[in-house]
Write a protein that binds this ligand. Sequence first.
Ligand SMILES: [Fe+2]
Length: 419
Amino acid sequence: MDGEVEVELHRPDEPPRVVERDGAHRLDALPPGKRMGHSVLGRGHMALLPKHSVYRLRGRTPGAVVFQTIEGPETLLRWAEICQTEGGTAKPPAAPSPPRAERHGEPLALETRFESGPADADTGYIASVSHGEVHHQLPADAFLRALMRDVAWGFFYGTVNFDDVLGTTNFYGEVEMFLGAKNEAFVRAGRDVTERFASADLMKAFKAILRDWTNEGFDPFAAPLETAAAFGPKRGSNDAAIERQRVSARRMVGLPGDTGVRTDQSGYPVNRMFADVPQHQPFVEAGPGFESEVSAFNLFGYLSRSDVTWNPSVCSVLRDSLFCPTSEEYILPIDHGNDRVEWFIQLSDEIVWDVKDGATGRPRARVTMRAGDVAAMPADIRHRGYSTKRSMLLVWENGSPAIPELIRSGKAPVIPVKF
Ligand SMILES: [Fe+2]
């Protein structure tokens, strides 16, 4: 995050003794073994500390490093002291039918009462979504940007609110689509509708709608200044933009056989707003036989070359712990309703977050995060971010499939600390 640090790695001869706790263990002396290699990391660089290795970090000047690790005997839990919680204890108490699509508007290929189509096929400004007597409309570009995230993320964790009314909730294998179910006024009036689908079926329908509605030149992943408009009558397509593969490293970006680093040659030029991000790779020296374990790459350089916004991609994996950094510009196209605690580390610039109650949508907090700021977003909120210029955000997810049920049943807390 800051400063320069040298990382030395050794592989002990003896297999590590069986330890009762995960995580890092302090050693009093370097055990007999082989030197694996070393790297020198600067700001924005990321390195692998392989399991069953012995490591030592050295910095000539004070610096700051983020570790993605498992809690262990050396871990100090300080979040309760560090976290700023002003107001944190305050708890909130628990039209005529649109015309059917004529040019856009492939119907949901499902046995469902949901219908979608443009309110006017010539302007293509407004998307209409109906379910029986419940009608809803939202801007077509917002609809497509949200739809794109649901498709690319496989319905993501928890709830993807397209806006205050329309959305999906992931039950991992099945998914619910709703109008008004997360909106206090709709629920109070008994106007909310929800249908549950097999995830694969709804995904197929969403992909078909997205393909059908996306005009030539419109990229739902791009910042508004980097794409043509979404509006107008049906005109061409942009399958290349909507069928991008989401980056998902198995261990870490840059390792042999894993997701590669981004370069000009591989089709990822530096974004116009990140021209000042240093592009040099960290120094890495791997001893013979350790080439696949001694590895580091320039994460900030990697993010400066992202061609998409608001699309967290897995860059390093430690069991269920997923580092999903991303570059952001303009507005997160959805209100993400968490089903687990999510950690944010702002890596550059600034994002403002509107945080609302996950169930009702009532405002709860506004969080301004600048470079170096850390936040734990609770499991019972929804949030939407605003980034006035392109910024880098590290989204740190616990991907364990057990968490939503642990939270629903009250066995796991919705915040990661007791104050
Ligand atoms: Fe979230």
